[in-house]
Write a protein that binds this ligand. Structure first.
Ligand SMILES: [Zn+2]
Length: 419
């Protein structure tokens, strides 16, 4: 998969980088040759939305398990979200704690995202200097006490600084005023959960962000978009030249509300998985380029917190899919006749651009890092939760047939999967 498209080729690797992309049979006789046969040789997936949770909540997910799951799924770089670990990555001490915890445990590249929370604007420049790739904030409660959501006023203080720093602000866009409480004693009915987080909440939050961008055009990236109504206003803002980008996630592209059984809290995430019409509209927006990229929002927790006796309001919201992301997306993409080139744009090149990595990663081209996934798009497998390398095996993908088998993964020219 070259920047010019899919073609037979040989990829020459020397000291962790791609030295040349040459004709298929142009291979030196003394080369250490890996023959990929007819499999696809693609840039490794760059997943810009992963919650590792270490340190502090390592029993939810840690660097050791997360990066091995990534490798098995063809992911060669992850961006770690600033929350669910303790401390949260809202200052340089928090970032240092992350880096220390990761040290010696990781098999893929790990980059970090800094948090924007009420009262930490003075930390943002130092976090940028220390190497975070982006910032993240919530407009609605995040689910953990140590990572508070920001108000419009907080953002008014942060936007001019973010604009100067040039890094994107990733936003969990749900307007808390549009969220509805659930039934008093919780509920096992998915429709109750869905009704509590309407698409209007997402649209309203994005509208507020766009209004702020008109005043201070800082880069804004909407994470995990779940509804086509949101895409409409993003498209219009972009047409006016505002620097807004957007991702969606494999679960919004795979599942639909109509198919979620009562009590099946493994499907719970926020914003929620919506109906079939919304799923198809997200696909249409991806295919026409309105959605820039796809990230997993891998957000695990211990099984007991996820089950909560089937009460959608008590269960932890988050779906763990780091290892399955490539296959889940391709399974939906192939039936919609998407091209493999589009997969590479959504999951490798597009996310590299978002992460500020596009001069070194996300392409199979001379001078780029030799981070590569070799996979077969025509082979399928049935998801066996026991084979997932995530720390916990709870998954709404259990038993599903997915297309796209990862054969091997390379980071800096070294094979890391199979290990
Ligand atoms: Zn997330």
């Amino acid at each position: 998969m070259t920047p010019a498209g899919l073609r037979p080729a040989s990829v020459h690797i020397a000291s962790s980088r791609i030295d040349a992309v040459a004709a298929w049979d142009e291979v030196p006789s003394d080369a250490n040759l890996v023959d990929a046969g007819t499999d696809v040789v693609m840039p490794g997936v760059i997943d810009t939305h992963v919650h590792v949770n270490e340190p502090g909540r390592t029993e939810w997910e840690g660097f050791h398990s997360a990066t091995r799951a990534a490798a098995a799924g063809g992911v060669t770089t992850i961006l770690d979200m600033p929350l669910n670990s303790i401390p949260a990555t809202t200052n340089v001490a928090g970032l240092d704690a992350k880096r220390e915890a990761a040290h010696g445990q990781t098999v893929v590249n790990v980059e970090y995202i800094g948090g924007v929370v009420p009262g930490n604007v003075r930390e943002l420049e130092a976090l940028a200097d220390a190497g975070v790739r982006a910032f993240k904030c919530f407009l609605a409660p995040s689910g953990v006490d140590e990572f508070a959501n920001v108000s419009e006023n907080d953002l008014r203080t942060a936007f001019p600084i973010l604009r100067r720093l040039g890094l994107p602000l990733m936003v969990h866009a749900e307007d808390p005023r549009e969220l509805r409480p659930g039934p008093q004693n919780g509920s096992r009915a998915y429709e109750d959960y869905l009704a509590s987080r309407p698409a209007a909440a997402e649209r309203s939050a994005i509208k507020m962000l766009i209004d702020l961008m008109e005043e201070y055009p800082a880069r804004v990236h909407i994470v995990h978009v779940s509804s086509a109504e949101s895409i409409e206003i993003i498209r219009a803002a972009r047409a006016r030249g505002l620097p807004i980008t957007v991702e969606t996630c494999p679960h919004y592209l795979t599942f639909a509300a109509e198919e979620i059984p009562d009590g099946a809290t493994e499907y719970k995430c926020a914003p929620p998985i919506r109906d079939i019409e919304e799923r198809d509209a997200l696909w249409a927006a991806l295919l026409d380029g309105s959605i820039d990229c796809i990230a997993s929002d891998h957000s695990p927790c211990p099984p007991s917190m996820k089950e909560s006796d089937g009460d959608f309001f008590a269960a932890w919201g988050g779906i763990a899919s780091l290892q399955l992301s490539l296959a889940a997306v391709w399974t939906g993409a192939r039936v919609r006749e998407a091209k493999l080139e589009q997969m590479a744009e959504w999951m490798c090149t597009g996310t590299a651009r978002l992460a500020g990595l596009s001069t070194t990663k996300g392409r199979i081209a001379s001078g780029y890092d030799a981070d590569i996934v070799v996979w077969n798009p025509d082979l399928s497998f049935v998801v066996d939760p026991q084979k997932l390398l995530h720390r916990h095996h709870v998954t709404p993908y259990a038993g599903r047939t997915l297309y796209g088998v990862v054969r091997s993964t390379f980071v800096a020219g070294e094979q890391i999967f199979p290990g």
